[in-house]
Design a protein around this ligand. Structure first.
Ligand SMILES: [Zn+2]
Ligand SMILES: [Zn+2]
Length: 335
């Protein structure tokens, strides 16, 4: 792991920057944390201080309570902050609202920690900004060549086609509470769907937080109707665990759908009793991972978590020295 280890190293708590004395997305409580985004595996509570975008801080407060850390500092995208002589800048990662790459500048080294990221269009957050660097630390959740995601707008069009085809049935769309649910809603609006969208109570607080940050989601209503055969012909957005749950039985002959990159894997769709798999991911697919690493051409590529094997092989073929950090504690995608 070379000379870059003076600036950044892997510890049991996660990535650590010795000269700046802070961790990035630590998986255990630490004195000083820089947090890339609000997903619960990256944004844990109990740290001494947290540096993050104001959106990420708001998400952490909504999920863990206002006392999620002893102290916090909000950074605007692009703002230059100094920590023990290390320049820290947060740059859009295109993953979810407030998501950022952490750009560290120290001596003549620029290191970019991508956090989770994607390169695709997302109406709910600014797009990923590539930053030239010596060291690129990437995720690899979907780091296999089989993962080539379709256009998200086309997946949403398939959903709307199914709604038109089955007007007596409720379409029940499983989507993660932070990011995916709001992106699906925003994509439905972009596709011209203006009807009320019904949402499970577990999604309400994140929807409200997105709206408070200026993300237009249109008309939403709680999916609380307990009557039999509720909401025929309507779309209900719910956490993935709810779509095949007892909760789902109240709806009119529901069609369980699930929006996730994992829906490319048929076995996963079957396992969750998904009738309408929608391949919509907030992570980079194989093409995006290799496009990004190829575009940045770092002197070294470190991979935090996910499917690293193929990416290591790809890096070797492209003469980029690469290392798998195998950080324990990050999930495939949050529930
Ligand atoms: Zn994430
Ligand atoms: Zn992650």
């Amino acid at each position: 792991m070379s000379g870059f280890r003076q600036l950044l190293r892997n510890t049991p708590e996660g990535l650590y920057c010795p000269p700046g004395d802070f961790h990035i997305d630590p998986v255990r409580p630490v004195p000083h944390a820089v947090i890339t985004h609000g997903h619960s595996d990256h944004a844990r509570s109990g740290h001494g201080t947290v540096l993050a975008t104001s959106e990420t801080l708001a998400i952490m407060a909504a999920r863990h309570g206002e006392d999620f850390a002893a102290g916090s500092q909000a950074a605007r995208y692009g703002e230059k902050i100094s920590r023990g002589g290390v320049g820290v800048t947060l740059v859009p990662a295109g993953h979810v609202l407030g998501s950022a790459q952490a750009v560290l500048r120290w001596k003549d080294i620029t290191a970019v920690i991508s956090g989770d990221y994607k390169r695709r269009h997302d109406p709910t957050c600014p797009p990923f900004e590539p930053v030239a660097c010596n060291l690129f630390v990437s995720e690899a959740t979907f780091g296999l060549p089989v993962f080539h995601f379709p256009n998200a707008a086309d997946e949403v069009a398939r959903l709307l086609k199914s709604v038109a085809l089955f007007p007596q049935r409720t379409h029940l769309v499983g989507a993660y509470a932070l990011g995916k649910a709001q992106r699906i809603i925003a994509l439905l609006r972009q596709a011209g769907y203006e009807r009320t969208l019904y949402v499970h109570g577990a999604l309400a607080s994140m929807n409200a937080l997105y709206q408070a940050h200026g993300v237009a989601l249109g008309r939403l209503a709680p999916a609380t109707d307990a009557a039999r055969n509720a909401l025929p012909g309507e779309i209900v957005i719910a956490p993935p665990s709810a779509i095949a749950d007892k909760w789902a039985r109240r709806f009119a002959d529901p069609i369980p759908a699930f929006a996730s990159g994992w829906m490319m894997v048929r076995a996963r769709a079957r396992q969750r009793h998904v009738e309408l798999p929608l391949v919509v991911s907030d992570h980079a697919d194989w093409d995006e991972l290799t496009l990004t690493a190829g575009e940045l051409k770092p002197e070294e590529l470190w991979i935090t978590h996910g499917n690293e094997e193929a990416l290591l092989r790809w890096a070797a073929l492209n003469s980029i020295p690469a290392t798998a950090l195998e950080i324990a504690g990050y999930e495939d995608e949050e529930e």
